[in-house]
Ligand binder design. Sequence first.
Ligand SMILES: [Zn+2]
Ligand SMILES: [Zn+2]
Length: 153
Amino acid sequence: MIIKLDKIPEQGLHLTAEEPGDILGLEDDPAFSTAGPVRASLYAQVVDEMLIVRGTVSAEIRAECARCTQMFSTTVVDSGFLRDYSDIQEVEEVDMTESLREAIILELPRFPLCDEGCKGLCFQCGKDLNDGPCGCSNGDKRGAWEALDNLKL
Ligand SMILES: [Zn+2]
Ligand SMILES: [Zn+2]
């Protein structure tokens, strides 16, 4: 997404753009992949020789559920996108692509869940408990979580 500075009137300019999901660079990410374009709806204004761009950036992505490991689709949104660019006297345009990528990457969920109530996998047999109980004796689930936490340490 390129913003041409001479196209921005004094009162500012509303801009929309759609960039291919590839700009996110998620090809090698095991937990996330792109599922659609990166969309930006921005308002650009030049104030005191500084370009100020604010608005909303969103992207459709597929993420791996941290509990059940199923891939699911979700929309990542940065509704508080705000960047400013100083030293624009000498330039004719500003490339926003890297800023859009960064905005989405920062909003990727740390602990993606396909559903808040996802039951995850059985620790004993590995069955996806969202599909129903697995028949293992229920045992002490808290103990199983603690054992897993200790393993990670
Ligand atoms: Zn899940
Ligand atoms: Zn089981």
